[in-house]
Design a protein around this ligand. Structure first.
Ligand SMILES: O=C(O)CCC(=O)C(=O)O
Length: 255
């Protein structure tokens, strides 16, 4: 496989906007292989998993025993599930790009954060409000990058990710966030930020890289087909998880 180097404009785009789409990273065959592995796990409800009813986000079923209560939101521990998910988490092109974007000779995969397949089901999926992933993570520096793989088309109709460009550089006063650290949409300062958001449309095989401080959100899946998006998070080797926190719950893996 030939690994394309990042162009200067792509590095600049990531640094300025806090996200970058790399088109066509996974072949159609690899997408199909990963989809098959995920669908097999979903059919047997192979855990560990988080259910929509567990998080209680807008649109989620109210409890596990009611209608839609067994709708998974995320299949957890994606890296350890099977070789196809492992291979995309360690994709050679991704490793090369992370070295540049994290300024690291040894990017590390965190097994404690994301490391999941987001499974957005028609009917019972929830919306995720505006947040920064770093809010519950504890590392020496707030400098991590998540890799979001599209295995099928992602757009507004099936709950694609939306981002607020450059928001990874904003300094947000605590009063602008609610008790769960979501942006409070009723505040004028937040509303003008949210108005600058854009939907990240992805084609099958595309890869979205985004900074852990970038504000992002997503709607419900209003299409007929489940959306499956493996997501992994990486840090530089000297940006260690703080001992005793959830961020060091599982060992990181060098790429
Ligand atoms: O609903 C979604 O797909 C967004 C998920 C997300 O941003 C998260 O879990 O951090």
């Amino acid at each position: 496989m030939t690994v394309r180097n990042l162009q200067a404009s792509q590095i600049e785009q990531f640094q300025n906007a806090g996200f970058l789409v790399m088109p066509g990273v996974l072949s159609a065959d690899l997408c199909a292989q990963v989809r098959h592995a995920i669908t097999t796990d979903l059919a047997s409800r192979q855990g560990p998993a988080e259910f929509e009813a567990d998080v209680g986000y807008p649109g989620a079923p109210t409890d596990r025993d009611g209608a839609g209560g067994d709708t998974p939101r995320r299949l957890l521990q994606a890296y350890a599930r099977n070789d196809s998910l492992k291979s995309i988490a360690q994709h050679p092109a991704l490793a090369a790009w992370l070295k540049v974007l994290l300024d690291s000779t040894q990017p590390m995969l965190s097994q404690s954060h994301h490391n999941c397949v987001m499974t957005k089901h028609p009917g019972y999926s929830s919306a995720t409000l505006w947040h920064q992933d770093i809010r519950y993570w504890s590392f020496a520096r707030p400098e991590l990058i998540s890799a979001w793989f599209a295995l099928g088309p992602e757009d507004e109709t099936n709950g694609a990710l939306q981002v607020i460009p450059a928001s990874h550089k904003h300094s947000i006063d605590r009063s602008r966030l609610d008790s769960a650290l979501f942006l409070r949409p009723e505040l004028a300062a937040n509303r003008s930020m949210i108005e600058s958001a854009q939907v990240v449309n992805l084609n099958p095989g595309d890869l979205l890289l985004f900074h852990c401080r970038l504000f992002h959100a997503a709607g419900q899946n209003r299409s007929q087909r489940v959306k499956l998006s493996p997501v992994f998070t990486y840090h530089a080797e000297d940006n260690y998880p703080i001992p005793g926190t959830r961020s060091e719950q599982f060992p990181s893996i060098g790429l």
